[in-house]
Design a protein around this ligand. Structure first.
Ligand code: CP
Length: 318
């Protein structure tokens, strides 16, 4: 059931199957724009967005900025490390001061779970979650779904194996909700110490056995090993992790012959994925990044209150 009011985008758990389908259809139209020589459709002219990043980012920050610019919005980039946050200013005061300058939307990445929701209680601007702690990364899940649907022409019935540090991964959480909502058969796999407690309360199938996870998979989705976690003793060594859970060409033979490889980035080459798997023909990793711009255009367009029925832009063919 949809609990999405299109005013903010906080997480995949708010979205119904129809919401996701509508977003992917709209993103497909924007992808058509991005395939043209003139890659812009200035429907958000006069709308002002602040990209409020309290954590590092390459793909998400740049693709939001590109999406905003392709739509003709005014864009301001905020980096916590170069701001008065360094002098102790709180998230609430930072956001309220920025809003006092008359803005329409905030895209926020923050280390704290729930920071985007908290902002919706403090400011009137639209809020889009670009990753909050270990909680959600909804636009990553949407671009992943777009990539899968574009490649297979469907999502329902596909077997998707998500492998790695699931405990700390906001990508894994958002993907799990989004993929199961769309009818995929999702299997979650990682070392016991990197799985959440009470996996029975989540959708999907859960296992610590990599062979079981890869068996018959259409999509092999590897998560980034978060080096910072190793220090907390959750797995003995990168080498041991790679031997047990690293995806290699040999391991990919357990998946279906047509299986594809995905990863949210940044990739630790040679750790969660071998070099040749990252660069193989069946790797969709860069295609995911390409789709990120179109998906974020769709999210911005809807949260700005624009009517998706009012645009007929074109079809994504590439
Ligand atoms: N996938 C992802 O969120 O990448 P960045 O951290 O570079 O934005």
């Amino acid at each position: 059931m949809s609990t999405w009011n299109r005013r903010h985008l906080l997480g995949m758990t708010d979205l119904s199957r129809k919401d996701i389908t509508d977003l992917l259809d709209l993103a497909g139209q924007f992808a058509g724009v991005l395939d043209r020589p003139v890659r812009s459709v200035p429907t958000l002219r006069g709308w002002t967005v602040v990209n409020l990043f309290f954590e590092e980012s390459t793909r998400t920050r740049i693709s939001f900025e590109l999406a905003e610019k392709r739509l003709g919005a005014d864009v301001v980039n905020f980096s916590a490390s170069a701001s008065s946050v360094k002098k102790g200013e709180s998230l609430r005061d930072t956001a309220r001061n920025i809003e006092a300058m008359k803005i329409d939307a905030v895209v926020i990445r923050h280390k704290s779970v729930g920071a985007p929701y908290y902002l919706t209680q403090q400011i009137d601007a639209a809020v889009i979650n670009a990753g909050d702690g270990m909680h959600e990364h909804p636009t990553q899940a949407l671009l992943d779904l777009m990539t899968i649907r574009h490649h297979f022409d469907r999502i329902e019935g596909l077997r998707i194996a998500i492998i790695g540090d699931i405990l700390h991964s906001r990508v894994a959480r958002s993907d799990l909700w989004g993929m199961t909502t769309m009818g995929a058969d999702v299997v979650m796999c990682g070392p016991p110490t990197l799985l959440p407690k009470h996996t029975e309360t989540f959708p999907g199938t859960w296992t610590t056995d990599i062979n079981e996870a890869l068996d018959g998979a259409d999509v092999v989705y590897a998560l980034r090993i978060q080096r910072e976690r190793q220090e907390s003793g959750l797995f003995p060594s990168i080498r041991e992790y790679t031997q047990t859970y690293g995806i290699t060409t040999d391991r990919m033979k357990l998946a279906k012959p047509h299986a594809v490889v995905m990863h949210p980035g940044p990739v630790n080459r040679g750790w969660e994925l071998s070099d040749d798997v990252v660069d193989a023909e069946n790797s969709l990793i860069l295609r995911q990044v390409t789709h990120g711009v179109a998906v974020r255009m769709a999210v911005l367009y809807l949260t700005a209150g624009r009517d998706p029925g009012s645009i007929q832009i074109g079809k994504h063919t590439e």
